[in-house]
Design a binder for this molecule. Structure first.
Ligand code: CTP
Length: 421
């Protein structure tokens, strides 16, 4: 097969991060990916990360003389077999429909004689706006392939509808079809095989989620504000990626994710027992906000108020650390252990400490100060801490954090497999 080339234009949308995975997947299929980053796109992904993944120069500026001398925007647009715009913002669609050419991306799109695919991603109201729909109709009439956005929760708090960038495997499939490499190339690269569409197929993922309740007596308990939303979203995303998932959940007010085996527990001790009972697992993700302490001796009967008596004193005892116990070196240790660190200050420094002290491979750290609204809320802003350093992820929905984390888990397992082959 001759090497196929695409130009990927990355617009300025929160979904731009998915393009990093898209580049990697396309490269695995033997597709050369040259990236044009719009000025807005650069706010979401950096030329450095794009260049490192594509192993090609990254183009950002129409008047970049070095790049012009080396390649030129006309050649850039014509050398490719296909131009892909993802995420295509409302603004980019409007520019394309109107025939503007005032920056590198729009100029490449005007200058090309090759097929063009656009994958719009934006707020649902912007997508449904008559102007956007008019522009999309114009682009279709001009022969451009438009991949309809997926339906789901948006990056904006409480917004849902049509406007999400489709998942990477779907984008890869559409690009490959457009490149005419659906058959043998897919088989060779494995990208459309069940294991690639379901990148965690055959894996067992253990997830802990929610708070624990530590009884004081049969009717009272110590608890915390964890909602379980992030852990449940990770369990659901891992199941969608084909994994067998065991979710050990403390008491929460949200539904069990579908396709997941859920073990309901109350206390830290029960969580530890259930998590150990679920081993062996390939991956352990410990999102639960396990109570650090329990009441040393919980009362068997309800503690009664006695007229004139002093308030009872609660004696605390330390709870077992579920993550630390399972992450301890040994034959049952899952190959990849991911802890969470909910902090209110010195977020990444504390997380780095926990990475070491708990023998975890990655720590997903977040700032749960009350003003962030993260604890109990629908959105999250996390930092991925590993021995390689700290990666700051943009703020997104807890579902998107889950998707992104599962994609990273799958990539890690695959790289590990490749290395051991
Ligand atoms: N964790 C656990 N069992 C515990 C305490 C914590 O499995 N008894 C896990 C959490 O699920 C999380 C990580 O350890 O993945 C860090 O939890 P966190 O509460 O931030 O850490 P602690 O060790 O409790 O430290 P501190 O509360 O002092 O910050």
């Amino acid at each position: 097969m001759t090497q196929k080339r695409i130009v990927l234009i990355i617009g300025g949308g929160i979904a731009a991060y998915k393009c990093l995975d898209l580049i990697r997947r396309l490269k695995e299929c033997g597709v050369t990916v040259r990236v044009v980053l719009t000025r807005a796109g650069e706010q979401f992904v950096t030329p450095l990360s794009v260049g490192a993944l594509s192993n090609e120069p990254v183009f950002t500026n129409l008047f970049d003389l070095d790049a012009e001398r080396e390649i030129g925007h006309i050649r850039l647009s014509r050398d490719a077999d296909l131009i892909v715009v993802a995420p295509a913002t409302a603004d980019l669609l409007a520019k394309m429909a109107g025939g503007h050419a005032d920056d590198l991306a729009s100029t490449v799109l005007m200058a090309t004689d090759k097929p063009v695919i656009v994958a719009p991603a934006m707020n649902p109201r912007m997508w449904l706006h008559p102007a956007t729909q008019r522009n999309v109709a114009q682009l279709k009439a001009d022969g451009i392939t438009v991949i309809d956005p997926a339906v789901g929760e948006m990056a904006e708090r409480g917004e849902a509808g049509s406007g999400r960038l489709p998942e990477v495997p779907e984008l890869v499939a559409r690009i490959e079809t457009a490149l005419g490499i659906g058959g043998p190339a897919l088989a060779a690269s494995n990208v459309n095989s069940p294991s690639e569409r379901l990148p965690l197929a055959g894996r067992h993922v253990l997830v802990t989620s929610g708070p624990t309740h530590e009884p004081i007596d049969p009717v009272r308990y110590i608890a915390n504000r964890s909602s379980g939303k992030q852990g449940h979203a990770i369990a659901a995303a891992a199941a969608r990626a084909g994994a067998r998932v065991t979710l050990v959940s403390g008491p929460v007010n949200i539904a069990d994710p579908s396709g997941v085996e859920v073990v309901h527990v109350e206390t830290a001790a029960q969580m530890l027992k259930a998590a150990c009972g679920a081993l062996p697992a390939d991956v352990g993700v410990f999102t639960a906000a396990v109570a650090d302490w329990r009441i040393a001796t919980a009362a068997n009967q309800k503690i009664k108020k006695q007229a004139g008596a002093k308030a009872p004193k609660l004696m605390l005892a330390e709870n077992p650390d579920v993550l630390k116990t399972i992450a301890a070196d040994g034959p049952q240790r899952p190959g990849l252990i991911i802890g969470f660190a909910a902090e209110t200050d010195n977020v990444t420094a504390y997380a780095a400490g926990k990475l070491k002290s708990k023998n975890a491979d990655w720590i997903v750290a977040n700032d749960v100060s009350p003003e962030t609204g993260i604890m109990g809320g629908d959105r999250n802003r996390v930092h991925l801490v590993s021995v390689k350093g700290v990666e700051d992820w943009p703020e997104m929905s807890k579902e998107d954090v889950a998707e992104a984390l599962v994609a990273r888990i799958a990539a890690h397992l695959r790289a590990h497999e490749d290395a051991s082959e």
